[in-house]
Design a protein around this ligand. Structure first.
Ligand code: CO8
Length: 256
């Protein structure tokens, strides 16, 4: 096992387990985590002993509770655009297009950027106590790591609109019914079940898996991703965003 800058990596039986380790911040994604996730993905892509990946969060409370709000609270439009662009290109798109199966083991809150991370993965196993949602509009924002695009692909336009516009958190039963997750697992078995899912994939031909991922991804249009970056970054220059983030930090409801 090795740990580098908030990412713990364990490789066993051809499966790499990546654990995001910022437990006190509910594993919120800061730039350091995203940079190291990007480098780790590049390394594992080249490692012939690794045939599938699992991504999870440290502890039993959160998978990932979103992008790190404290880190982006003072950004302007241009900086917000760059942040979304770098994240999309270096992590989220890389995961979606990874040539080996990537399974999200959703072991608690998967919110905002955390749910975007889970839905960029190829398959999702979630523990019974997990909660999934896109609270960005409550912060005066929208999802900026591909969530406005990938969510509708998974659960359909109507359900995606309801989830993002209401910002409601879903339990796993509802999430499974919508197709947002593939499997529900007992909390204590989540990694066992994620590994079983990975094993079910890697008994198959690696070349065929890579081709299947490529072709399935090709069938979805990508033109909305650019609009997401533009709209997301414009919101950084609004009073609503300032109020939304301040309200979160002051642990109160925003007043729009
Ligand atoms: N960012 C930074 N810190 C966080 C985050 C986060 N997303 N989530 C939780 N934390 C911190 C809290 O501030 C708190 O820190 P402290 O102890 O210093 O006050 C600690 O984690 C524990 O959290 P809580 O005390 O709030 O724990 P609760 O059990 O009371 O509540 C919740 C748990 C419901 C998960 C609550 O923490 C919460 O609502 N978190 C924020 C969820 C959220 O809004 N996520 C979306 C963020 S926006 C986003 O992801 C945009 C994605 C696109 C970005 C693209 C480029 C930037």
């Amino acid at each position: 096992m090795k740990q580098e800058n908030n990412i713990q990596i364990e490789i066993e039986n051809n499966i790499a387990l990546l654990t995001i380790c910022r437990e006190k911040q509910l594993n919120a994604l800061n730039q350091s985590v995203l940079n190291h996730l990007s480098i780790t993905l590049d390394d594992l892509a080249e490692d012939p002993t690794v045939r599938a990946l699992i991504i999870t969060g440290k502890g039993d409370k959160a998978f990932v509770a979103g992008a790190d709000i404290k880190e982006f609270q003072h950004l302007n439009t241009q900086e917000g655009y760059e942040l979304a662009k770098n994240g999309q290109e270096n992590v989220f798109d890389k995961i979606e297009n990874f040539s080996k199966p990537i399974i999200a083991a959703v072991n608690g809150y998967a919110l905002g950027g955390g749910l975007e991370l889970a839905i960029a993965c190829h398959i999702r196993v979630a523990s019974k106590s997990a909660k999934l949602g896109f609270p960005e509009c409550s912060l005066g924002l929208i999802p900026g790591y591909g969530g406005t695009q990938r969510l509708g692909q998974l659960i359909g336009k109507g359900n995606a609109l309801e989830m993002i516009l209401t910002g409601s958190m879903l339990n796993v039963e509802k999430s499974e019914k919508l197709g947002l997750i593939n499997k529900i697992s007992d909390d204590k078995n989540i990694l066992v079940d994620a590994k079983k899912m990975a094993q079910a994939c890697i008994k198959n031909s690696p070349k065929a898996l890579a081709s299947a991922i490529k072709c399935i991804n090709k069938s979805f249009h990508k033109k909305g991703f650019e609009s997401e970056k533009t709209e997301f970054s414009k919101l950084f220059n609004t009073d609503d965003f300032k109020e939304g983030v301040l309200a979160f930090l002051e642990k109160r409801r925003p007043n729009y």
